[in-house]
Design a protein around this ligand. Structure first.
Ligand code: CTP
Length: 414
């Protein structure tokens, strides 16, 4: 629906995400919507009244007891002249003030005085968002008919990961359009979450993760040191962007990511069968450390030491290459196939060779020298090898790598 001719009162509270309010104003203005901005003292640490004024082309309100503002437009009138009040970013502090009914600055006073619908876009540190106090405040606000968009999940400015990031400006705009299309002003019971249209909604992505275990006999197996952390984090990040994710995982101790279909397997042969059963997929990410070989004839009973104590000879045969099988050209090939290359030397040469040999679109290459501490650790330093060349990403948390890769996948599938 068109929001042209409508008026939004935009309250910008404190937090690093305040800069995104500028983009929101630009989107609203482009849609023909008038925007009056109110900047809290906290918000003014991150954006200036001047930049808000330049983009909104209107006076920006910052002080409760400004006589000029009072003579031009009283705060009651300001709060009621809009078709919708939007708080973006909404800090934990401002949400708490709203829940408590406080009115000690212009923003909280307007929010208490308004009879207009209110949409909040929270943005804060993940612990602050998950704190029972904030969650209780959100429940209370929801009961009073306040709508919410976001927060998104992802890597945060404070180097943590989880929910707390401000919803992207296009998602906030979409939520504004939904609310402005609704004629009712009465509070709706329960917290009203306006789902942002997420970038991978409607897409199916297959992810492999963890090691495989190749049996020698019923009690022994060949394995490797993969923890599954990187693959699981990728599955979580893709689900966070709205994808339907099938995670085919070898034996790992890390927890299943929320909102992901997990298929547990042991061997490479089982992993291949599970991947084939999960197709079709729009994209596939092969993060598993698949054993290259398996024992040709695994014993049905535990191998016993012979009278001479000699070690049994284990004949090994190659495992199927899951990535190469799924990436082979054909009608069922996912549109984007991403492989990993774990190397100890000449990393980029091997990665480029693997990309060509396995018909992958991208290879995420990383150094697994024990000195790098990457294999089994929490951080990763990767190089993304694509048709366009090689991107060197800085060393970061595996979850941050996952978020960045998921965002790149969303761009590629757009
Ligand atoms: N891979 C796979 N199936 C296998 C072996 C590897 O799907 N049987 C995938 C991995 O998940 C990874 C990529 O192939 O995405 C590269 O794995 P890697 O073990 O580094 O490559 P290999 O082909 O086994 O090469 P090498 O061991 O010679 O380095």
């Amino acid at each position: 629906m068109s929001i042209a001719g409508k008026r939004v009162l935009l309250i910008i509270s404190g937090g690093i995400a305040a800069y995104k309010a500028l983009e929101l104003i630009r989107l609203l203005r482009k849609a023909g919507c008038a925007v009056s901005c109110v900047l809290t003292a906290g918000g003014a640490h991150f954006v200036t009244p001047l930049s808000l004024q330049a983009l909104s082309e209107e006076k920006v309100y910052t002080e409760l007891f400004s006589l000029t503002d009072e003579s031009e437009m009283g705060h009651i009138q300001l709060s009621r002249s809009a078709d919708l009040v939007v708080v973006a970013p909404a800090s934990a502090d401002l949400l708490a003030k709203m829940a408590a009914g406080m009115a000690d600055d212009l923003a909280s006073t307007l929010l208490l005085a308004t009879d207009t619908r209110v949409l909040v876009a929270p943005a804060m540190n993940v612990r602050m968002w998950l704190h029972p106090a904030t969650q209780a405040n959100m429940m209370l606000l929801g009961q009073r008919g306040v709508a919410v968009v976001g927060p998104d999940e992802g890597a945060m400015a404070c180097n943590e990961f989880g929910p707390g990031r401000l919803a992207e400006p296009p998602a906030i705009l979409a939520a504004i359009e939904v609310l402005l299309a609704e004629p009712i002003r009465l509070p709706a019971p329960g917290l009203r979450t306006l789902e942002a249209p997420r970038r991978l909604a409607g897409r199916h992505v297959l992810v492999t993760s963890g090691p495989t275990h190749e049996p020698i006999d019923p009690v022994r197996y060949i394995a490797n040191r993969s923890s599954g952390r990187q693959g699981h984090a990728i599955a979580a990040a893709l689900a966070g962007l709205g994808a339907r994710v099938t995670l085919v995982s070898g034996p790992v101790v890390v927890a299943d990511p929320a909102g992901v279909d997990v298929v547990r397997v042991e061997t490479a042969a089982e992993m291949l069968a599970a991947c084939q059963a999960a197709l079709p997929a729009d994209a596939a990410v092969f993060a598993a450390a698949v054993a290259d070989w398996r024992v040709a004839h695994a014993a049905g009973q535990k191998l016993k030491k012979g009278p001479d104590g000699a070690a049994p000879g284990l004949a090994l045969v190659p495992n199927p290459d899951i990535l190469a099988t799924i990436a082979a050209a054909g009608p069922g090939r996912p549109r984007l196939v991403v492989g990993f290359a774990a190397e100890t030397h000449e990393m980029l040469v091997h990665a480029q060779d693997k990309r060509a040999r396995k018909n992958a679109d991208w290879i995420v290459a990383n150094d697994v020298n024990p000195a790098s501490g990457i294999m089994g650790g929490t951080e990763n330093e990767v190089h993304l090898v694509t048709t366009e060349g090689i991107e060197d990403w800085p060393r970061m948390d595996k979850q941050a790598v996952a978020v960045r890769l998921a965002e790149r996948i969303a761009e590629a599938l757009a």
